[in-house]
Design a protein around this ligand. Sequence first.
Ligand code: ADP
Ligand code: GLC
Length: 494
Amino acid sequence: MNILMVAAECVPFIKTGGLADVVGTLPKYLKQQGHDVRIIIPKYRLIDGAKYNLQALPYKLSVFVGKEQENFRIKTCMLDGNIPVYFIENLRYFNRLGVYGDDSGVGYGDNRERFIFFSKAAIEATKALMFRPDIIHCHDWHTGLIPAYLKTTNLNDGFFWNTSTVYTIHNIAFQGSYDAASTVPLAGFSWEDYKSDKLEFYNTFNYMKAGLAYTDIISTVSPTYAKEIQGPAGKGMEVVLQTRKNDVYGILNGIDYSYWNPKDDKNIVANFSADNYENKKLCKKYLQEKCGFKQDENAFMLGCVSRFDMQKGFDLIMDAIGKLTQFNIQIVILGSGDRYIKDGMLYLQSLYKDKVSVCTDYNEPLSHQIYAGADAFLMPSKFEPCGLSQIIALAYGTIPIVNKTGGLADTINDFSTYNTKGNGFVFDFYKGEKFIDCVLRAYDIYKNQFLWNEVMKNAFASEYSWKNSVQEYENMYNVAVNRKTAYNIYQKNI
Ligand code: ADP
Ligand code: GLC
């Protein structure tokens, strides 16, 4: 199959969260299955053209955003030596210091225009490149307009005769909902399209709804989240999802175990593995020193690496810190995003300096050091489509403490002292006391070396690799392709 991924982020070039990991990793596994996979992302200023040896292609292209003609170029390089990545370069929209917004966590005022532009440019770039996709796989609200264009403005475009679209929801909380009166003409849709109930959401123009309503197949990143969003967790999209329930797939993300591997991770002070994890103690010692904590082997060290977003349960974490620091518990937090969470966390650090350390940066090496050095990993998310951090933590023998929701429910099982099964600690109701009880339960087990070793063994043995999920993606793509073929045969015969 010819598969084109279109997204707003992709590792290693640009990342704000797990979306980038998925877009940069799944293609490698699809490629191994023999597919021709390519990726289109914006060329943000943050992407270092020299580092990745980006080459400009000789096309001068343009699209309209409202009445404005926007020129763009395509730059390219190879991911892993065999996956072409195309970068859409337009200085007005992408030559900025941030990805979605500035440092303070506030989104750019013209994100609406930026992703109209990007979606249209991705379609034009595909045609210029003469790459005829069987599947265009779109991710999150930023690319929701692509399936809509292919079924409206580009409906009779023969280039896409064999193309089906798959639209993956990584997070239904971000939908891209804008004033309809100005967005419909800006995006280039007709008022008939708008009134067709595929773009309109409570009198606004909604990018996520456009993707869900027009795409051939919908997927999301865990089976539990796929069910949850067809109910109250759907943030208004539940009705659209229910009407398309036969087209909704929930496929669990994997992680790249060649990258997240304590055995040869270059970012950590001492390597270790599931068979011999004595060196994990050195990683903990190093992290304690770095955080300015007492180098006490018995202290229970909790780590957290996360976007600063209320989705991630920071209200519970902030409320719990006063209580947890009464025990021999140390907490290290790495996060960036929401300004209020950042200020709150820094305030708590100032109150409990010897037990709480906060880094408000995006810092890849430090994230590895936390995954490797902490004993347990905090992820009490209010909702979690899949979550990669808990899976990464497992790979480093760091025990996730999670709320039972979405992908966390699909990947983490509560440890039981009766049968020593379970790879983490799970609480079942989003409430402060439940979270604190859960952490203290983990702390009790931690004090029993035998039991803690059992949890660690279970964690190391849990594998969520792309090897399984890639087959589910292939099956899903095949459904789309077969449907399209049948439809085209039918069209030819009438
Ligand atoms: P989400 O996509 O909702 O942010 P995931 O758990 O799917 O959550 O993925 C988060 C990814 O981003 C993980 O790879 C995590 O290590 C990384 N990450 C998040 N915040 C930071 C940060 N401040 N510094 C480094 N890596 C981070
Ligand atoms: C989103 C979700 C996260 C998921 C990631 C990759 O950012 O919040 O749960 O793991 O996308 O799919």
